[in-house]
Design a protein. Sequence first.
Length: 174
Amino acid sequence: MINILVVEDDVKLNYIVCAFLNDNGFHAISCKNGTEAFDRILEEPVNLIVSDIMMPEMDGFEFAAEIRKQDKAIPILFMTARDDMGAKQKGYSLGIDDYMVKPIEMDELLLRVAALLRRANIRNERKLTAGSLVLNEEETTAYLNAVELPLTVKEFNILFKLLSYPNEPLPGPS
């Protein structure tokens, strides 16, 4: 299952976007601000981020900058009311991958999400296989030569994330 982190402080819009993504085969993770989003990222792997810019505590620019320090590859889509070129330039210079201006068309959001995932080479699969190692994301289990490995959820998530991006260098310490 593809996990999409939705960081939006408008409760109604957050609910609508998450419900729409869930109805279309994704697992949307709802967060109201960047601080809450960082806590959730530690709990479960995220494949794509949809973020507002204007939020309390930490705005979308700060959030995107911090994400890029930790993960240079995860797709980030800004979904915002900010329609000015300055905001777009700042977002793209921080490393976001796409930008939508509210009000958004939900079907267009779906198209952009699919394109970002395709470019990031992320597929909607629940299992990863590397040689005789099989990771089942739905069950959070790992098997080596058909024998289950005793992994904690955090260990599983780290291993799954590493194997989700084969042949790509890992970012160094910040």
